[in-house]
Design a protein around this ligand. Structure first.
Ligand code: NDP
Length: 246
């Protein structure tokens, strides 16, 4: 039987991009998957329909990750619908760019609320529904280790914050047999960072492998971390970045 048969996952930001690839991968591996989105109802519903048409179990919930009460309630709702939560993937994130003089405190707060605070909130909520073998996986960024251009201070800070958070949470949850890790992608071809965007060539110039990743490649590392085989990996921040930070 598939490696995640009988497991339940919750993925934040599953309507598009890396999150949607993660949803499909976890379903392919046998999990029932609930996922959130901020505003893209049409692609979210289409993803659910396509999974259900192939016999999979999926549920889409409109939840702004910046709203802690809504995020907690949504995770509780998913746990009621599917009976428990085994795997939490904190994927939802925003990139708001700007150099020091131009970057507003509103954008600073939004970056922290979605990229950092929501990860803590979701971990708190989901871990209450987890048993032995639970998994918390965050999508960080190679920018936690290398931010080679101006305008990325808040984003890089938000992803660096996750490095410390998984170190601490791995200690909190280790006694319960729950692992907590970050996956740190380099450039991935999504709406956030399209392969035909203006900065693609500059990014490729910094990499050992001069290309964007496919979202499915990132989902592959998440699939590994979610699996029983990864039980000894915890507190780690793992680059999957084509050598961007090498
Ligand atoms: P996209 O912008 O393509 O997709 C973002 C997803 O997150 C969408 O499903 C979106 O929902 C959801 N989302 C955004 N804000 C919120 C919110 N406030 N509440 C709930 N859901 C939200 O991004 P990517 O797929 O490229 O990125 C996914 C993650 O990977 C992010 O954490 C990002 O920082 C990280 N990352 C991306 C890289 C890249 O090169 N693409 C590189 C390294 C890390 P909706 O469709 O409703 O807007």
């Amino acid at each position: 039987s598939p490696v995640l048969a009988g497991k339940v996952a919750f993925v934040t930001g599953g309507s598009r991009g890396i999150g949607a690839a993660i949803v499909r991968r976890l379903v392919r591996d046998g999990a029932a998957v609930a996922f959130s989105y901020a505003s893209s109802a049409a692609p979210a519903d289409e993803l659910v329909r396509s999974i259900q048409s192939e016999g999979g179990r999926a549920l889409a919930l409109k939840i702004d990750s910046a709203d802690a009460a809504a995020l907690t309630a949504g995770i509780d709702e998913a746990a009621r619908a599917f009976g428990k939560i085994d795997i939490l993937v904190n994927n939802a994130g925003v990139f708001l760019g700007g150099t020091l003089d131009d970057f507003s405190l509103e954008d600073f707060d939004k970056t922290l609320n979605v990229n950092v605070r929501a990860v803590f909130v979701a971990a708190k909520a989901a871990s209450r529904h987890m048993g032995e073998g639970g998994r918390i996986i965050n999508i960080g960024s190679t920018n936690a280790e290398r931010m080679p251009w101006p305008g990325g201070s808040a984003y890089a800070m938000s992803k660096s914050a996750l490095v410390g958070m998984v170190q601490g949470l791995s200690r909190d949850l280790g006694p319960r047999g729950i692992t907590v890790n970050n996956v740190q992608p380099g450039p991935v071809n999504t709406d956030m960072n399209p392969v035909d965007g203006p900065n693609a060539a500059a990014m490729h110039g910094l990499m050992a492998l001069a290309r964007h990743a496919h979202p499915e490649e990132i989902a592959g590392m998440v699939g590994y971390l979610a699996s029983p085989e990864a039980a000894f990996v915890t507190g780690a921040s793992l680059n999957i970045d084509g050598g961007f930070a090498a």
